[in-house]
Write a protein that binds this ligand. Structure first.
Ligand code: RIB
Ligand code: CA
Length: 313
């Protein structure tokens, strides 16, 4: 395990819980200072991603402002992933109806305002980029007020999950992604080429439910079991990728990642490639607009996820 000391970075999290988003919130709560959370339609409709966020915050005793946001993509097309996250978005995890309230339904306005009030903020994006694109269109200077937009999305090497060539968060709102990648924002892209290196399995779920056994660890265990059952039925895999937790850990523990500067374009018109992140690997590529993640230290990252999930809040 690294001996690097870690100050807790101040983060805003935009998410679409979603099983891996929920685990990412547990990790972020342990290793970062969460200033606020915004929700977006993605894995499941907005009303579910929002109530799931509220429930996870109560599970974590995390009292931070929650603002809901976009219910639809720019194209108005609706792409969801109940086959991966279950009908509610949290698999088999049943949490009490939350008592906390959302502060507003205008995530874009919150993103604009909070970045005027707080310095040194990192925006971690774990879902479709609709809220962030709306904020950029309303206030282009928004991108100059944040340390980075570290996003789980896309992929190098043309890997896809929503389609053969497109990753879900980008595919769900390609127009939003194009606005973000063309905004000159300081982007770190954590794509499928990286997140598929970090896989957790039943043995981790057992450790969390049997060896640790507190409310948070048992909840994360249930999320892992659900994720594995849902994914294995379509992929046959017995382990599950930690997509969104990788984006959080890229902010809190960058020493466990390698990045390369690249030009990334979002394909909007391809019949078979709409939503693809076209990562230019040529040395003489067009202007750089993104740091793309390539390598992850899976063993250390999984250990950090288990540590965060094991800590009683
Ligand atoms: O492709 C994986 C990404 O899409 C993750 O963020 C998952 O939660 C879904 O939003
Ligand atoms: Ca997500």
């Amino acid at each position: 395990m690294s001996s690097v000391s870690h100050n807790k970075p101040k983060v805003i999290i935009d998410c679409d819980p979603g099983i891996d988003d929920a685990i990412a919130l547990v990790v972020a709560n342990h290793f970062s200072e969460i200033i606020g959370i915004t929700t977006v339609a993605g894995n499941v409709p907005l009303e579910f991603t929002t109530v799931n966020t509220q429930s996870i915050c109560e599970l974590l005793n995390l009292d931070v402002p929650i603002h809901s946001g976009a219910s639809h993509a720019y194209s108005k097309q609706s792409v969801t992933a109940e086959h991966v996250h279950g009908d509610t978005g949290l698999g088999d995890l049943l949490l009490p109806k939350p008592e906390n309230k959302i502060v507003s339904e205008h995530a874009d306005n919150y993103l604009i305002d909070i970045t005027k009030q707080e310095n040194d903020l990192t925006l971690i994006a774990l879902g479709p980029l609709t809220n962030i694109a709306h904020a950029i269109e309303k206030d282009p200077a928004f991108v100059s007020r944040i340390k980075s937009i570290t996003l789980m999305g896309g992929s190098a090497y043309g890997l896809g999950n929503a389609t053969a060539s497109a990753e879900f968060n980008i595919f769900a709102d390609p127009e939003a992604a194009s606005i973000v990648f063309n905004s000159r924002a300081p982007i770190k892209m954590i794509g499928l080429n990286l997140t598929r290196q970090v896989q957790m399995g039943i043995e981790h779920a057992k450790i969390l439910s049997e060896n640790i056994g507190n409310r948070v660890s048992k909840s994360v265990s249930t999320l892992l079991y659900s994720y594995q059952n849902l994914i294995s039925s379509s992929t046959g895999n017995i382990t599950v990728p930690m997509h969104d937790p990788c984006a959080v850990l890229a902010v809190t523990h960058p020493e466990f990642f390698t990045f390369e500067k690249r030009n990334v374009i979002i394909e909007l018109d391809g019949i078979y490639t709409r939503g693809m992140t076209v990562v230019d690997e040529r040395k003489s590529s067009p202007p750089i607009n993104c740091d793309v993640g390539y390598q992850a230290d899976s063993e250390n990252l999984i250990s950090l996820i288990v540590d965060a999930a094991s800590t009683k809040n």
